[in-house]
Design a protein around this ligand. Structure first.
Ligand code: AP5
Length: 204
């Protein structure tokens, strides 16, 4: 399997927002563990049932569930040329398991301060028909779409604080882990959506 790319950063850093452009540039399909888990929850599968309690509380889903999910996804034909991981890995055991199955070319670390994160997440809305991500202030949905946008259940200020705490405790140490392996590419994620996208594109 050819090399994969990891999009890394705190919740709401803009990983999903930038993933489409990076996929287009690199030809690698986006693999978002958050999207896969939400699909499992809405389909009412056993995995979705197990994951839901953790997601609603803003906690990480156990590594064994996530690693199983990713291992299955990587068997699909479109993963042969490498993929763009969005929101995975999030713990050192997940990164170790990933290193056993694929080679990682680069880890794009989107760096955004906590205060901006809360504003971004609480204002996020999603179009359930297209999956497009909007923000009430930074990327308002166009007329015609604004009627149908929805807010994620875990996008409350209280849950964001738990997600940020989980990030700092369990996920942030991965930046050092990848830096030591010469794979970490730091990006200032605190500019406009376009500027951040251009910064990533210019470095890829
Ligand atoms: P997941 O869905 O991965 O959530 P997350 O990491 O918390 O990331 P988000 O989707 O919230 O943010 P994002 O970085 O994609 O930001 P976005 O582009 O939408 O995970 C959900 C849950 O699933 C987790 O809490 C956990 O329980 C579980 N889970 C998932 N993966 C797991 C794993 N590997 N291990 C264990 N558990 C796992 O942008 C956010 C908002 O900001 C949008 O409104 C957007 O329009 C706006 N915005 C984006 N960029 C900018 C910008 N530059 N300026 C202004 N606004 C911007």
């Amino acid at each position: 399997m050819a090399g994969s790319i990891v999009l890394f950063g705190p919740p709401g850093a803009g990983k999903g927002t930038q993933a489409g452009r990076i996929s287009e540039l690199t030809g690698k399909p986006q693999v978002s563990t958050g999207d896969m888990l939400r699909a499992a929850v809405s389909q009412g599968t056993q995995l979705g049932h197990e994951a839901k309690t953790f997601m609603d509380a803003g906690l990480l889903v156990p590594d064994s569930i996530i690693i199983g999910l990713i291992s299955e996804r990587l068997k699909d034909e479109d993963a042969v040329g490498g993929v763009l991981f969005d929101g995975f890995p999030r713990t050192i055991p997940q990164a170790e398991a990933l290193a056993e199955i694929v080679s990682v070319e680069v880890v794009i670390s989107m760096e955004v301060p906590d205060d901006s994160i809360v504003e971004r997440i609480v204002g996020r809305r999603m179009d359930p028909q297209t999956g497009e991500i909007y923000h009430i202030k930074f990327k308002p949905p166009p007329e015609g779409v604004s009627m149908r946008v929805v807010q994620r259940k875990d996008d409350t200020e209280e849950t964001v604080r738990s997600r940020l705490a989980a990030y700092h405790e369990q996920t942030a140490p991965l930046a050092d882990w990848y830096s030591k392996r010469g794979l970490l590419m730091r990006i200032d994620g605190n500019g406009s959506i376009e500027d951040v996208g251009n910064a990533i594109a210019s470095k890829l």
